[in-house]
Design a protein around this ligand. Structure first.
Ligand SMILES: Nc1c(NC[C@H](O)[C@H](O)[C@H](O)CO)[nH]c(=O)[nH]c1=O
Ligand SMILES: CC(=O)[C@@H](O)COP(=O)(O)O
Length: 163
C-alpha cells in the first residue's frame, strides 16, 4: 500500500507560512475521544508552533463527526472574522453502513460550508476500517491527521489573504 511505511504528516518538503496573522477555529468530535483528542492536540500544537496566537484559536466540541459541518456553518456565521475552520473527527467502520453515511455526509458537508463562505474548512476526519488504523494516524507510525489539518489551514488562510 502507498502509505505502508510513510509518515503522512511529513511537511519537511514544504514551506509553511507564519500563522500569526490568522484566526482559526477547531471543531472536534467527541466520538472516539481518545483518538480525536490526539488529533486536537496535534492540530493545536502545530498552529502554535507556526506562530498562531492562543487568543486567535477558538475550539468547540461536537457529539460526532456528522455534526462537524453544522459546527463549521455555525462558527462561520457567528464569527465571520475566522480565516479557517479545522474539523477533526474519527469515524471507524462498525457492523452496518452507518459508517458510509457519516463519512459521505461530513466530507460533502464540510466541502459545501467552505464553498458557501469562501473560507477554508479543513477535513481532518479519519475514516478507518479499525481502531488500529486510527491510532496509527493520530500520532502513530503514519503521523497525525490533526497536524496535517492545521498545516493545511495555515496554508489556505495565507493563500486567501495574499491573493
Ligand atoms: N460511529 C461514529 C459516529 N457516530 C455518531 C454520528 O457522528 C452522529 O453524532 C450521530 O449520527 C447523531 O447525529 N461518529 C463519529 O464521529 N465516529 C464514529 O465512529
Ligand atoms: C460509524 C458508526 O456509526 C459505527 O461505529 C456504528 O457502529 P454500527 O455500524 O455497528 O452501528
Amino acid at each position: 500500500m502507498a502509505t505502508q511505511l510513510k509518515n503522512l504528516s511529513d511537511f519537511s518538503h514544504t514551506t509553511v507560512p507564519d500563522a500569526s496573522p490568522y484566526k482559526f477555529a477547531i471543531a472536534v468530535a467527541e466520538w472516539n475521544a481518545e483518538i480525536t483528542g490526539s488529533l486536537y492536540n496535534g492540530a493545536l500544537e502545530k498552529l502554535l508552533a507556526y506562530g498562531a496566537k492562543e487568543d486567535n484559536i477558538l475550539s468547540v466540541a461536537v457529539p460526532g463527526s456528522f455534526e462537524l459541518s453544522g459546527a463549521a456553518e455555525i462558527l462561520l456565521n457567528k464569527h465571520p472574522e475566522l480565516d479557517a475552520v479545522i474539523c477533526l473527527g474519527c469515524v471507524i467502520q462498525g457492523e452496518t453502513r452507518h459508517f458510509d453515511f457519516i463519512c459521505d455526509a461530513v466530507a460533502n458537508g464540510v466541502t459545501q460550508v467552505g464553498i458557501k463562505h469562501a473560507k477554508p474548512v479543513i477535513f481532518g476526519v479519519l475514516t478507518t476500517d479499525d481502531q488500529q488504523q486510527a491510532i496509527d494516524r493520530a500520532g502513530g507510525k503514519h503521523g497525525n491527521k490533526g497536524d496535517e489539518a492545521a498545516i493545511t489551514a495555515i496554508k489556505m488562510a495565507h493563500m486567501a489573504a495574499t491573493l
